[in-house]
Design a protein around this ligand. Structure first.
Ligand code: FES
Ligand code: FES
Length: 167
């Protein structure tokens, strides 16, 4: 039996310690937002946060997650004071700017980009666009050419964008 904090809720699953976290999320917990691309740690489609750090869930065993906290793309949005769903700024900007097309890469990019925006990874001197490209280098997209994804992350990281979603 394995107990994992998933998107703020304690979940217990009866699975082999060797089952991939990706499969536990999709099959046992019905959180199908996390996608499988390569299944080999190359594409980033399956990215989730494990104790706040982006990991490829296709390379993480369930047993490694016992007692730890996982955030999936379903956990990025939050409830507003009126009970409505408030998307993370990254999710909002990906939609508005066309940074998602087929959507297979999008959950992993959203999770990774939200982590960037919520940390100080983009702070300080230097070309922010180059930093975004470098920090998202593990997330492969076959559709967008990355320009619109980078636009979305830059916009989401701006203080004005965070205020818009702050109610
Ligand atoms: S499916 Fe996990 S890195 Fe591609
Ligand atoms: S939107 Fe299709 S792979 Fe990225």
């Amino acid at each position: 039996m394995i107990t994992i904090g998933v998107n703020g809720e304690v979940r217990t699953v009866e699975v082999s310690a060797w089952k991939r976290l990706l499969d536990v999320l999709r099959e046992d917990l019905r959180l199908t937002g996390t996608k499988e691309g390569c299944g080999e740690g190359e594409c980033g489609a399956c990215t989730v946060l494990l104790d706040g750090v982006p990991v490829n869930s296709c390379l993480v065993a369930a047993g490694q997650c016992d007692g730890r906290a996982v955030t999936t793309v379903e956990g990025l949005a939050r409830r507003g004071i009126d009970g409505s769903t408030v998307l993370h700024a990254v999710q909002r900007e990906l939609v508005v700017r066309g940074g998602a097309q087929c959507g297979i890469c999008t959950p992993g990019i959203a999770v990774c980009a939200a982590h960037l925006c919520d940390s100080d990874a983009l702070a300080g001197p230097g070309d922010a666009r180059a930093k975004v490209r470098e920090l998202l280098a593990g997330n492969i997209c076959r559709c967008t050419g990355y320009q619109l994804i980078v636009d979305a992350v830059i916009a989401a990281a701006s203080p004005a964008s965070n205020q818009e979603g702050g109610s």
